[in-house]
Write a protein that binds this ligand. Structure first.
Ligand code: ZN
Length: 211
């Protein structure tokens, strides 16, 4: 299992300190069902699903909610066309893309579950094997996840009550993992503080480029 890079760990710590990432609580979750866009990573995704299904959702709703998965390798950050994880390939040939794959799952879920699904959770995770292969930082992966949120809102207008970005982090190898809860945490990513931090991250690059 891969571990968080030092730079991604420091980025996540900073996002927690600045309250861009806040611990998920039942109050953040819908009282109706939701579609969860996830990376199908076998080392972490089952834990995330169980955490939602058996711990957080019952507290939010007094019972289980319908949780419909829309898996795509790399997670929601693969959805935008600009993402290096966007193309779906088999035997070296592109046969589709992450946007169409996720939208196919969403359309099917809406048709078979009727009015039971009214929310979307976009779950980028870190460390992610595909994001690592494509050299995407958590900053980039989370920014792509917000772009994905806009695309889903546009693709399915007036369909969802909420579309939230909820990163799932595996802290294995770092102090946060020395905890009875284990190494995994799920957060809500808040757009305004995240984008403020992202802009200040990029400032030195812009200065460097214009020099
Ligand atoms: Zn992944």
């Amino acid at each position: 299992m891969i571990t968080l890079s030092q730079s991604d760990y420091e980025a996540i710590r900073a996002m927690i300190d600045q309250k861009a990432l806040i611990a998920i609580s039942p109050a953040h979750l819908p009282t109706n069902g939701f579609i969860k866009v996830v990376c199908p990573d076998g080392d972490t995704t089952p834990e995330m699903i169980n955490h939602f299904h058996f711990d957080v959702c019952p507290k939010a709703n007094g019972g289980f909610v319908c949780t419909h998965l829309a898996p795509v390798t790399g997670g929601p950050g693969a959805i935008p066309e600009t993402s290096p994880m966007h193309a779906l390939t088999y035997k070296g040939k592109v046969w589709g893309n992450a946007h169409d794959q996720v939208c196919t799952y969403i359309e099917a879920a809406l048709s078979v579950k009727g009015g039971r699904i009214t929310n979307v959770a976009l779950v980028p995770h870190a460390p992610c094997g595909m994001a690592t292969v494509k050299k995407l930082s958590v900053w980039e992966n989370f920014e792509l996840s917000f772009l994905a949120k806009e695309m889903i809102r546009k693709e399915f207008p007036r369909t969802f009550e909420s579309v939230k970005v909820m990163p799932h982090i595996n802290f294995a190898g770092y102090p946060e993992a020395n905890n009875p809860k284990g190494p995994f945490r799920t957060y809500l990513l808040r757009r305004e503080p995240f984008e403020r931090m992202l802009a200040s991250q990029r400032k030195p690059e812009r200065i460097a480029r214009s020099a």
